[in-house]
Design a binder for this molecule. Structure first.
Ligand code: TXA
Ligand code: MG
Length: 390
């Protein structure tokens, strides 16, 4: 299949035409990848079971993993949900449009193909301007993250292209995706609303609006979380699957003091062992620690030609100039003091490891309050629970 690739930019006179084309494709049962403020989504008509089947096929995703239905205005809730509880209304008032998904009782018109066989439907009203333009058509758009199943969710049009070109009808690029991790999911059908996936809107943010919420015990990153296995299933089916994984193995190096001195020293030691075995290594760190690695690496006589220090966000601008002789890439994901910068760049950091053919990857860890839980949740899953305590 030929995939149409279009860019939305502030001065593109064709913007309206692009959106009209996309709406047309979705109405006719086709698939369009589009940006949201969290990550890119792969959109199809949520009320058409054939479209949902196509989404699973294009992503290579198991069909028992339900899709999020995106809406453009609050009036649409009534068309797909049996109930909209008071607490859900309060959360919608506060956080919609935005990166929050609420699980509600579904109406019969929502096909089981869309909800992975469940009697509930996950609903989100995105805030991204391009997503809003698409949704102003009144369509209900089912959209999982627009990656091949298992890979990090795409935060750039080029990643969507890499994963889905030739498999879907259209990709709309608009690289103003600025949150970087997928939406927070909360199940509003339970006696006590329950967090199913942490995101930019934190547990603390939600509790300020509706009081105490429960947290699914399988959420990686919470204290004493239960690892998912035969007997322990997450409430959001998608949280069960291996996720976000870069090609090389990723290990998290953790200590009481997150990203502290003992962590930096241990990561340096591991990276030095790797380069002595000629293995390409990526260290995922933050702006605060970059100079400490510089000092330790220079004390260990690592030559300037074999090491690159870069910010995640600058890396792609210089990708073509980067020498093949580099063995250690020290990549800053952002600022530890400003967790939203880490959220924003995390998936880019994980994809970058594949782009340079990393053979081993080490990352520091983060405190899990506020947005830290969303970051640690993705990191732990990407690492397949490989955590080294120092
Ligand atoms: O930010 C986002 O949420 C992005 C953008 C595109 O909106 N979408 C996204 O979709 O991350 P996806 O399919 O990659 O993740 C959806 C998650 C899965 O873990 C799925 O199991 C869960 O939501 N989910 C969907 N419907 C559910 C339901 N009815 N009950 C419980 N979990 C549900
Ligand atoms: Mg996903």
């Amino acid at each position: 299949m030929e995939t149409i690739y279009e860019k939305i930019t502030a001065d593109n006179k064709k913007n309206d035409e692009i959106i009209a084309k996309a709406v047309d494709i979705i109405k006719n049962g086709g698939l369009v990848a589009f940006p949201t403020e969290t990550v890119y989504g792969l959109g199809g008509n949520a009320l058409n079971s054939e479209s949902s089947k196509k989404i699973y096929q294009a992503k290579g995703r198991p069909s028992d993993n339900p899709l999020i239905v995106h809406i453009g205005n609050i009036g649409q809730i009534d068309g797909i949900a049996e109930e909209f509880p008071e607490k859900a209304k309060a959360l919608a008032d506060k956080f919609w449009p935005g990166p929050l998904t609420m699980v509600l009782k579904k109406k019969p018109c929502v096909p089981l193909e869309t909800t992975g066989g469940l009697g509930t439907v996950a609903v989100r009203m995105p805030a991204h301007k391009t997503a809003k333009m698409l949704l102003s058509s009144g369509l209900y758009i089912a959209a999982p993250s627009a990656n091949t199943s298992g890979k990090p969710s795409p935060t750039k049009g080029s990643y969507v292209y890499e994963d889905l070109n030739g498999r879907i009808d259209m990709i709309i690029e608009d690289d103003t995706v600025n949150i970087g991790v997928e939406s927070t999911i909360i199940d509003m059908t339970r006696e006590v609303p329950t967090l199913l996936r942490p995101g930019h809107i934190s547990r603390e943010d939600i509790e300020k609006v509706i009081g105490h919420i429960d947290v699914d015990e399988t959420i990686a990153g919470i204290e004493n979380y239960k690892k998912v296995d035969e007997n322990t299933k997450p409430l959001a089916p998608g949280m069960m699957y291996r996720h976000y994984a870069p090609d090389a193995s990723l290990a998290l190096v953790d200590s009481e003091n997150k990203g502290g001195k003992s962590v930096v020293e241990h990561i340096t030691k591991l990276a030095l062992e790797d380069i002595s075995n000629n293995r390409k290594t990526v260290i995922l760190t933050t702006d605060e620690n970059t100079d400490i690695y510089k000092k330790l690496m220079s004390e260990a006589n690592v030559s300037d030609e074999s090491i690159l220090f870069t910010k995640c966000t600058d890396f792609f601008k210089t990708l073509s100039d980067i020498s093949n002789n580099i063995l250690i890439y020290v990549v800053s994901l952002g600022n530890r003091g400003e967790l939203s910068s880490i959220e924003q760049n995390l998936f880019m950091g994980l994809r970058l490891c594949n782009d340079i053919g990393a053979e081993s990857i080490y990352s520091e860890t983060f405190d899990t309050d506020n947005q830290g839980l969303a970051v640690m949740n993705r990191l732990i899953k990407a690492a397949g629970d490989k955590i080294i305590k120092v």
